[in-house]
Design a protein around this ligand. Structure first.
Ligand SMILES: [Zn+2]
Length: 389
């Protein structure tokens, strides 16, 4: 939906007003005006039980019994059939009070290593020896996950795909299902129960990435958390509006995004360093006992201020000349592109000194696709295509 197409902000406001009027008529959501959350959230059980798990429409983890793991479904938005998209929630509630740390995955539907990382961490927790609470929300963009694709399929104006990680903090009464899902999950599940947050991602279909974090090193707790991982690279950047970790930060909750390798499959070599780092975060903040393991210092971490993209200028078949994590220099050849006759139509070089943080994994490319992004010390390039975490 572009502002231009709708005739600008006035049109948007009109549609919002019309929607609010419709809500008032039906009585739906009148307790939750606009996107505002209630001052204090309480746990609301819908009365439904699915596969043995109780369903909640809002959650306050302080209502849950200490010293246990709780498996719940959170009731998200309705589908066009009138059924609901439920989200899987695990709460490991310690016997003693302490920090509340939230782990999320599945904001993009093709990012499987992020789910497995969170599952593995939760399996290692013993609430009987914890001080504080760890909550995991595993499949936030359920319909995207059901079809193993990045974006959420919705039907408001015919079938369309929406990137949920440009929608946060969402709007419970928004016009689109994705914005409403973001609003419900953020207001009734994540924000009220979180002191520190980690939103796990991977590369996306067609673009493999190295192991790295995205986060703003100027925020002390964000820097502390990222440096507790034995992960070899950090993109020191607040990324862009609408991503979940920035919605947390706007709400005063330190948060960042680990990137756990390629999309669609489990990278069982890479997942353990993210599990170890997450357990280090719990230990550092006193949520679980034990000694800190390997950290960023052990991984000889590289910290880059920008992710410089190298874009395809032609259509054709791409032959990569470098691998992930390669150190590259300005002018170094990165890829060759050929047409269907085998004639070379383009050669691509690195514009900067840096580390290959991502590369195209599909062997063809249209003009404008990201072929590489280079984690670099260089200033961000104005107007450059952002890394699509
Ligand atoms: Zn993602």
């Amino acid at each position: 939906m572009s502002k231009t197409f709708l005739g600008g902000q006035g049109r948007r406001n009109f549609m919002q007003s019309a929607l609010i009027a419709a809500i008032a008529l039906t009585g739906i959501g009148t307790a939750q005006a606009q996107s505002g959350a209630p001052a204090k959230i309480s746990t609301v059980y819908t009365g439904d039980v699915i596969n043995g798990k109780k369903v909640v429409s809002s959650l306050n983890t302080s209502d849950l019994e200490p010293g246990k793991k709780h498996l719940l479904y959170f009731q998200g938005v309705q589908m066009s059939t009138g059924q609901y998209w439920y989200v899987s929630v695990i709460v490991a509630k310690g016997v003693k009070p302490g920090k509340r740390i939230t782990l999320t995955s599945g904001v993009h539907g093709d990012e499987m290593s992020s789910v497995h990382t969170v599952q593995t961490v939760m399996n290692q927790l013993n609430p009987a020896e914890m001080s504080g609470t760890v909550m995991a929300v595993l499949d936030i963009a359920r319909p995207a996950m059901e079809s193993m694709q990045r974006r959420w399929p919705s039907t408001g104006r015919g079938f369309e795909l929406t990137d949920m990680n440009r929608e946060w903090p969402g709007n419970e009464n928004g016009l689109g299902a994705v914005s409403r899902q973001a609003g419900l999950v953020f207001n009734r599940l994540l924000k009220p129960n979180t002191d520190l947050a980690i939103d796990f991602h991977t590369g996306t279909t067609g673009l493999d990435v190295a192991a790295f974090h995205i986060g703003d090193m100027r925020i002390p707790d964000v820097k502390t958390m990222m440096m507790l991982y034995p992960v070899p690279a950090i993109w020191d950047n607040p990324a862009y509006p609408g991503v979940l970790h920035n919605a947390y930060i706007d709400a005063g909750i330190p948060a960042f995004t680990p990137e756990v390798g390629p999309a669609r499959r489990l990278d069982l070599d890479m997942i353990p360093i993210f599990v170890e780092g997450t357990m280090n975060v719990f230990k550092h903040y006193g949520v679980v006992p034990g000694a800190i393991g390997r950290t960023a210092v052990d991984a000889n971490v590289y910290i880059g201020e920008s992710a410089v993209p190298v874009l395809s200028t032609h259509g054709g078949f791409i032959q990569l000349l470098v691998k992930l994590n390669a150190k590259v220099a300005p002018g170094q050849k990165l890829a060759i592109q050929r047409n269907a006759f085998g004639e070379v139509v383009a050669e691509y070089t690195s514009p900067v000194n840096g580390l290959v943080g991502g590369l195209r994994s599909d062997a063809t490319s249209e003009p404008g696709n990201v072929l590489f992004f280079i984690l670099a010390d260089a200033e961000p390039v104005p107007g450059a295509a952002p890394y699509s975490e």
